[in-house]
Design a protein around this ligand. Structure first.
Ligand SMILES: [Zn+2]
Length: 183
């Protein structure tokens, strides 16, 4: 039914552990780029968004992971993960000045999808909690990296550079989606 699910999160990956959970978002381009983009966009939006987006994402992601483990279904999680890379990268590229609640409403469902995408690896394994802890820690660190990168916008000529980075992220998201469709 959903070959893309197997392609993105194959059960053949390393057994769930704190280390494999930590490494997963760092080695998975779809996760990494979206999480980096959340940090950058938060920094660009400024104010409370700087910390609220990077705090909300891992929290909602945890809800998504627990939902997946519990056996509840969320349809379209895999395409949503890829869409998150394109849309969040696009938000940076276009310097979209969303209100805080709008930004949270955009980021929330994406975070849910990023967490839920791991239901295949996790059910029935003792190390699900360790895996999630590692995953969430790495996500927080990627967000921090994104926020740090986001402050480039304050530098002279920094904003165009950052917007180019956003365009690059969105482009990579399109490439990942195309690869997934053609695979
Ligand atoms: Zn994943």
């Amino acid at each position: 039914m959903l070959p893309t699910v197997a392609a993105a999160h194959a059960p053949g990956e390393a057994l769930p552990s704190f280390a494999s959970g930590f490494l997963h978002p760092l080695t998975g381009m779809d996760h990494f780029l979206a999480m980096l983009a959340v940090g950058i966009w938060g920094a660009l939006l400024g104010g409370r968004a700087v910390w609220l987006l990077p705090v909300a994402f891992p929290l909602v992601m945890t809800v998504g992971a627990v939902t997946g483990i519990s056996g509840a279904r969320i349809s379209g999680a895999e395409p949503a993960v890829l869409a998150s890379v394109v849309i969040l990268g696009g938000a940076i590229a276009l310097n979209v000045r969303a209100r805080l609640w709008v930004a949270l409403a955009v980021v929330g469902p994406f975070a849910l999808s990023h967490g839920y995408a791991h239901r295949i690896e996790l059910p029935g394994t003792d190390a699900a909690a360790e895996y999630c802890a590692g995953f969430i820690l790495a996500t927080g660190l990627i967000h921090l990296g994104g926020v740090a990168l986001g402050f480039i916008a304050a530098l002279r000529h920094g904003l165009p550079v950052l917007r180019a980075v956003g365009a690059g992220i969105a482009g990579a998201g399109v490439a990942l989606a195309a690869q997934r469709i053609l695979a």
